[in-house]
Design a protein around this ligand. Structure first.
Ligand code: AHR
Length: 509
């Protein structure tokens, strides 16, 4: 069968916000310590304590925002423990993640300065589970208040006179679980109360994000939207991609065709979750003022053998790259509601774009996908109709029409998944994934509304020799985005052969 992808260039849709390509750094394992921060006295090359190699890799990848300090860590973090002279900072036990001692070397100043260095927006998550309203209010004052106030004076005493910019503030994390085991009615009331004191001290309004549902907890969304919808700017959603399920995690690298299939099928589930949560949000917020903020997503595999299981360190293969490519296409296609998202996590934890070991750094297949998709950031969505083979766990293919990457029939998954956008300067970006681990696909890309295609067309493709191809510290460049030769366009159509297990990004104009 011929796979046909029709791109509607006539009526561009909503902007794909850059913040959909955001990241998450928690005090967990080696994400912050070792991954981002080595301290100014380290032998590892650094800029005021931040790893130079990692900072450069993040800038190249494109990082619009960074969420911190958790995760579960956020609801037991007391920010005043992480300011002032480092040797006087209070130590605490990181109960969620390995029970290690956190010495609070990396605190508010270190995080906010990092965001300035990366030129990305800060997304701070506050403590509702074990923190007070006063503590939250004073944190916002400390970070943002320009005036002569107690917290602004304290900030200046600690070396920073000018306030920082704080575009995003989360009022708690997973408050249905590690953030306090609350019922939605109770959290909705707490949200209403806590958010009142997330004040606007400076010139910029803070975008307030309510702790949202876990996966398919639609009742949580219903109650939050009903009780607190008008008081929030965003509602968070967490959904991780497992090969099996949370209770039965599998290896990141040792899997077969079935493990490949199940993982990608779970990745496609993101589309259904966004659609169902959005339906509820639409009833309370038909103008789509409130954003769905998918501030934790990515693959969650078993920790690498021999590592601390509480540190969630996992390798990253071409299968993870496909999960990233499919998920980002889903977010793009749902740009009307999904306006912020954060991959979990930035370095050495879960589906990381970056792995480090001492002075060494590796860019994972996921890093390459994020870098390949950069053209979508801030561009306008173009709707795509995808007519594709379906790929099944058992051998065999059927043909069908996959609308927006959904799962319309059986238990198969669409082999092809796509999104397209057009930038302000008129450049088109099209990203395609082939989820079939064995067969390449003949694809026609039709640009409906164009008589001919722009003269300059370039493409890059990431593919794996095997399903579990990966980059290691010994062999760091095995999986990469490589130039991909395209046949000449005919009229408004491009025909290409998309390799098995691959992600392709095409730029036109
Ligand atoms: O990202 C790891 C953990 O997953 C986060 O701390 C928590 O919010 C989620 O359950």
């Amino acid at each position: 069968m011929k796979n046909l992808i029709t791109i509607n260039t006539r009526t561009p849709g909503p902007v794909i916000e850059r913040d959909v390509y955001g990241h998450f750094s928690e005090h967990l394992g080696r994400c912050i310590y070792g991954g981002l921060w080595v301290g100014p006295d380290s032998d590892i090359p650094n800029i005021n304590g931040y790893r130079k190699d990692v900072v450069e890799a993040l800038k190249k990848m494109g990082i619009p925002n960074l969420r911190w300090p958790g995760g579960c860590f956020a609801d037991e973090y007391h920010w005043k423990d992480g300011i002032g002279p480092k040797e006087e900072r209070k130590r605490m036990v990181n109960t969620h993640w390995g029970g290690v001692v956190e010495d609070n070397t990396f605190g508010t100043h270190e995080f906010m300065d990092l965001c300035e260095l990366l030129d990305c927006k800060a997304y701070v998550c506050g403590n509702v589970g074990s923190g007070s309203i006063q503590e939250m209010q004073e944190w916002v004052e400390y970070i943002t208040c320009p005036g002569d106030t107690p917290m602004a004076r304290l900030r200046a005493k600690n070396g920073r006179k000018e306030p920082w910019k704080l575009p995003y503030f989360g009022v708690g994390n997973e408050n249905w679980g590690c953030g306090g085991n609350m019922k939605p009615e109770y959290y909705a009331d707490l949200y209403r109360r806590y958010q009142t004191y997330v004040r606007k001290y400076g010139p910029d309004k803070i975008f307030k994000i309510a702790g949202g549902p876990n996966v398919a907890d639609y009742r949580w969304t219903e109650v939050l939207m009903r009780e607190a919808g008008p008081l929030m700017d965003g509602l968070s959603l967490h959904n991780y991609c497992f090969e099996e399920r949370w209770e039965n995690k599998k290896s990141a690298t040792d899997f077969d065709r079935t493990g490949w299939f199940k993982t990608l099928r779970n990745a496609y589930r993101m589309d259904e979750l966004i659609a169902e949560h959005s339906k509820i949000m639409d009833r309370y917020d038909p103008d789509k003022r409130v954003a769905l903020v998918v501030d934790e997503w990515g693959c969650w595999h078993e920790a690498e053998p021999g590592t601390n299981p509480g540190f969630l360190y996992q390798q990253n293969t071409v299968r993870d790259a496909l999960v990233a490519g499919i998920t980002l296409n889903i977010f793009n296609n749902r740009a009307d509601r999904v306006r912020i998202a954060n991959l979990a996590q930035l370095a050495n934890v879960l589906q990381s774009p970056i792995l480090t070991e001492g002075a060494k750094m590796v860019l994972t297949p996921t890093w390459h996908v994020l870098e390949m998709y950069k053209g979508h950031q801030g561009a306008k969505l173009l709707s795509t109709a995808v007519c594709t083979d379906f790929y099944y766990e058992e051998n065999g293919m059927v043909s069908g029409l996959a609308e927006r990457g959904g799962l319309p029939i059986g238990t198969g998954i669409p082999a092809l998944n796509a999104s397209a956008s057009v930038s302000d300067s008129g450049a088109y970006t099209v990203t395609l994934c082939n989820a079939d681990p064995e067969e390449s696909k003949s694809v026609s890309l039709r640009f409906d509304g164009l008589a001919s295609l722009p003269k300059t067309i370039t493409a890059r493709c990431l593919e794996g020799a095997d399903m579990n191809s990966m980059n290691t510290f010994e062999d760091p460049d095995r999986v990469q985005a490589r130039a991909f030769a395209l046949p000449a366009a005919k009229g408004n159509e491009l025909a290409l052969e998309l390799p098995a297990r691959s992600v392709l990004a095409i730029t036109l104009g």
